[in-house]
Write a protein that binds this ligand. Structure first.
Ligand code: ADP
Ligand code: MG
Length: 338
């Protein structure tokens, strides 16, 4: 056995990238999260070949100070938390300080960022190494261009699916984030063709229109429920408008899209007896709660969360939907026992 050594930073970033950067869709997710955390109101996403050859995310957020831009590519460097207490009250989508160094280590990445309309900075990385640093033109916001993802990790590159599959995954991320944030305008372009546009006027139904089409958007019921710990609001389709997969249910906690199976089951439970077997509802549920009650620090991808008082939340989500469906007299009220 060789002696124990500390790995150099570019190599340790590449290892971390294994978890954070699974495929083009994960890059899109991380870059969108950064753009949103920077307070952007307009985000343009441009992909080529499902994101495999090119992912470009352009925002009009706060930008990064030129002298700090290189710091953003150091692992565990973040402007979003400072101490342990902050970790227990996460208010932003990011906090791990891992995305930029990870993505840069497995691609050719160009960052351009400027603040307050002043001259900005242009940085170019290749496989995690800085290869160019120049001034950039004055504008507000940040542009991150990721080319040739996984060019230096052949095993991961081989694992990529077809352009259509990668595009499907990336589009799904943009769709969900756009539904989570109807107050932000998103434009997704793939190979010069527009896939999604939302105008950022705050109306979630118009975002659903852009994603699911007119029929679904117009026929969704709305409901909301406020309790001691949770504020829940949502759109839910009448049972006759159902789907063959769970893909059409989205749950957001404090503006973050999460993959949380028990919450999907809670939605399904409200439709119990109303849907044929192997058919699933269309629903978009947004939950607001005290950040201290939700732990995002479960996995580097941040899809998964732990919720305290989860049982109560599941019950409330189910109840809210069930009551709304009942109002539509889709479900007969339970007859009282003799
Ligand atoms: P994290 O988001 O967890 O802080 P990242 O590696 O994604 O870590 O980003 C590192 C830092 O770079 C962020 O904390 C933020 O200060 C800055 N940053 C990244 N992307 C943007 C952006 N689009 N606009 C403004 N600042 C950004
Ligand atoms: Mg981030």
């Amino acid at each position: 056995m060789s002696a124990i050594v500390t790995l150099e930073e570019t190599l340790s970033n590449k290892i971390a990238a294994g978890e954070v950067v699974e495929r083009p869709a994960s890059v899109v997710k991380e870059l969108l999260e950064n753009a949103l955390d920077a307070g952007s109101t307009r985000i343009d996403i441009e992909l080529q070949d499902g994101g495999l050859s090119r992912i470009h995310v352009l925002d009009n957020g706060t930008g990064i100070a030129p002298e700090e831009a290189e710091l953003a590519f150091l692992r565990h460097a973040t402007s979003k938390i400072k101490n342990e207490d902050d970790l227990h009250h996460i208010q932003t989508l990011g906090f791990r300080g891992e995305a930029l160094p990870s993505i840069a280590s497995v691609s050719k990445l160009t960052l351009e960022t400027a603040q307050n309309q002043a001259t900005g900075i242009h940085l170019r990385y290749q496989g995690g190494r800085l290869i160019a640093r120049t001034k950039s033109k004055a504008r507000q916001g940040t542009s991150v261009l990721v080319e040739e993802l996984f060019f230096n990790t052949p095993a991961r590159l081989k694992y990529m699916k077809t352009v259509n599959t990668e595009l499907g995954n990336a589009t799904d991320v943009v769709n969900r984030v756009a539904m989570a944030r109807p107050d932000v305008s998103f434009r997704l372009i793939h190979n010069d063709r527009q896939v999604l546009f939302t105008n950022g006027n705050g109306d979630r139904r118009s975002v659903m229109y852009a994603i699911y089409g007119k029929q679904v958007a117009q026929n969704m019921l709305t409901a909301s429920k406020t309790s001691q710990d949770f504020e829940i609001s949502g759109f839910m389709a009448k049972p006759e408008m159902n789907r063959a997969s769970r893909h059409y249910m989205s749950v957001f906690i404090n503006g973050r899209y999460i993959k949380h199976f028990p919450l999907l089951k809670a939605i399904e439970k409200a439709y119990h007896t109303l849907l044929p077997i192997h058919r699933y509802p269309i629903a978009v549920i947004a939950i607001t709660m005290n950040p201290a009650l939700v732990d995002v620090n479960v996995h580097p991808s941040k899809w998964d969360v732990r919720i305290s008082k989860e049982e109560t939340l599941l019950l409330e989500v189910s109840e809210m939907i069930r009551e709304r469906l009942q109002q539509e007299t889709l479900i007969p009220e339970q007859t009282e026992r003799e």
